[in-house]
Design a protein around this ligand. Structure first.
Ligand code: SAM
Length: 269
């Protein structure tokens, strides 16, 4: 693959704005007790700033050519490791054992490749037991979907399934000119803090996920129709179950709070 092709496939828009890079690194509030995991170090725009702040830094990168350039530049830093790994499949459960101190946190920081930011986020949320906080730079539209609340047109399964497990804050917007080459759209930084327990009661996590995906699967339809279609039940059954938990069947998924999704999953999963 040509360098240009590789850059496009791997979402390689490198941070060139030093003050944006510093702001991202500062958001993580790293200490010497913390293990920082950087996703996609690329040419190292964030890596050196993070290595100054964290007790230990593990950087996960898929592009071997970039790794070959970055490793020699980090050789003198014994607390830094660049590992060739795909962040969508990495085993994050191994991380707590790598913390420099038991009091420290595991903090994930990354200017994520746009093309795979959603699967990486899903994998991180799935691995939340091993992670305290995340500071992720993504396409602004995706960041807004993660942070959106009920009633917003951006509110969807990504919002519900992230907010179930994390506090979410949109921390900053970054314009295309801060990157080389500039992407076509704005970026934003989201700060996620993993909650000690899910925000609402969830008895069956797989069932909750299926109900949320079905509810948002056909956003324009009423809840009764969307759930019947997505979960293969009759519309009459869907209406009955919605009524049983006090949710009006004619509502749309985007109006439901997390607590209402919790009630829904009790009767549908
Ligand atoms: N952190 C650097 C910066 O801010 O300049 C690079 C950010 S660039 C948007 C995304 C980086 O993630 C690239 O270095 C790319 O090679 C890497 N990458 C792409 N897919 C990846 C994956 N699945 N796992 C780990 N790294 C990945």
């Amino acid at each position: 693959m040509t360098t240009t092709g590789r850059r496009r496939v791997l979402g390689q828009h490198f941070l060139r704005d030093a003050s944006a890079a510093r702001a991202i690194a500062d958001l993580a509030r790293l200490t010497r007790d913390d293990l920082c995991v950087e996703i996609g170090p690329g040419e190292g725009a964030l890596t050196f700033l993070l290595s100054d702040r964290a007790g230990r830094l593990l950087a996960l990168e898929v592009d071997e050519a970039l790794i070959a350039e970055l490793r020699p530049r980090l050789r003198s830093l014994s607390h830094v490791e660049v590992r060739c790994a795909d962040a969508r499949r990495f085993d994050y459960s191994t991380l707590p054992a790598l913390k420099p101190s038991p009091e420290g946190r595991v903090v994930v920081v990354g200017n994520l490749p746009y093309s795979v930011s959603k699967p990486i986020l899903e994998r991180l949320v799935e691995s939340r037991g091993a992670i305290s906080e995340m500071v992720l730079t993504l396409q602004k539209e995706v960041a807004e979907r993660i942070a959106a609340g009920p009633g917003s047109k951006r509110y969807g399964s990504l919002s519900v399934l992230t907010q179930l497990y994390c506090d979410v804050r949109l921390a900053a917007t970054i314009p295309p000119g801060a990157f080389r080459p500039p992407p076509k759209v704005d970026s934003a930084v989201v700060h996620l803090r993993v909650l000690a327990a899910p925000r609402v009661r969830v008895r069956d996590e797989g069932g909750f996920r299926r109900v949320v995906k079905a509810a948002f699967g056909q956003r324009r339809k009423t809840l009764a129709n969307a759930l019947a279609g997505g979960l293969h039940s009759s519309v009459a059954t869907a209406r009955q179950r919605l009524a049983a938990v006090g949710i009006e069947p004619a509502r749309r998924a985007e109006t439901l709070s997390l607590e209402e999704f919790s009630r829904l999953s009790e009767v549908f999963s």
